[in-house]
Design a protein around this ligand. Structure first.
Ligand SMILES: *[C@@H]1O[C@H](CO)[C@@H](O)[C@H](O)[C@H]1NC(C)=O
Ligand SMILES: *[C@@H]1O[C@H](CO)[C@@H](O)[C@H](O)[C@H]1NC(C)=O
Length: 251
């Protein structure tokens, strides 16, 4: 009896060890899936600043590399059906709405006819066209895919512009940023002192399947815009985006 019990427990230990050894590869595989320090645009590591990724700003998991992320973004931007809709059915309708937003910003002295303006993630450039029609002649957009003459090629994680280039920057694609703190620091870098940044974001509903982050309040934006003051936050109705957040870079 004693002997068979010892035998039994030694075989339990044996099976346990075999189980451990067999599960080691699975364990190692799961460890590699954890979100470690990701690679930013240009292959450099983004400094991980604690506090930006929080319960009210969550980065969507699943991007194995920056290249995979860019490929997914390109998939939406290059979709021929979407581009067709953006340049036809959506064109005048969206320009009308953007023009009203820009007209309001001009009335609040946040945007001027002589402002040098940038639209970030502008796709086919509806917002750039709206700015120009509103009287802001010196306006341009950037996106991963250029769309001349309104939109030039540029990654919002690495804006292709010198420091202090713009008086005004607008974007409604914050949710597409894989590195939100880089998205914001690039805006603050290319804005002139006193320059204004207007973001249209979705706080109460989730954006589309191409989004790379989810934002649940404007607080993370206030933390990230380190060199700017909050001008206003207001509810809007902007193509599924419900909140306008405006910052001004400190003098
Ligand atoms: C891009 O879209 C095509 C079809 O539209 C799909 O087959 C492919 O998996 C997509 N690639 C990525 C990286 O999402
Ligand atoms: C901005 O002000 C102008 C002139 O006062 C006015 O005609 C226009 O309706 C205003 N625009 C908006 C969107 O409030």
């Amino acid at each position: 009896m004693k002997i068979s019990q010892t035998k039994q427990s030694s075989s339990i230990i044996k099976y346990f060890l075999i189980f451990l050894i067999l599960s080691l590869p699975l364990f190692l595989f799961l460890v590699t899936l954890q979100p470690g320090p990701r690679r930013a645009a240009g292959g450099t590591k983004t400094p991980t600043k604690p506090g930006f990724e929080s319960s009210d700003l969550r980065i969507r998991p699943g991007y194995q590399s920056y290249e995979a992320y860019v490929q997914r973004q390109l998939n939406k931007t290059l979709n021929p059906k979407l581009r067709q809709i953006w340049t036809t059915r959506d064109w005048e309708r969206k320009i009308k709405v953007f023009s009203r937003f820009f007209s309001e910003l001009k009335n609040q002295s946040l945007l001027f006819d002589n402002s040098k303006a940038l639209c970030i993630g502008a796709r086919v450039g509806q917002e750039v066209e709206a700015l120009r029609r509103t009287g802001v002649a010196d306006s341009v957009g950037i996106d991963l895919v250029p769309c001349p003459p309104l939109v030039v090629k540029g990654d919002f994680h690495h804006q292709p512009f010198d420091d202090a280039t713009f008086d005004f920057e607008f974007s409604n694609v914050f949710d597409h940023a894989l590195y939100p703190e880089k998205f914001v620091s690039e805006i603050e870098r290319t804005l002139r002192l006193g320059g204004v940044c207007v973001l249209h974001v979705a706080l109460s509903r989730r954006a589309d399947k191409y989004s790379a982050n989810d934002l649940y309040s404007f607080e993370p934006l206030v933390r990230m815009f380190e060199k700017s003051d909050l001008v206003h936050v207001r509810k809007i109705d902007g193509f599924g985006l419900d909140t306008e957040v405006v910052f001004r870079k400190r003098q």
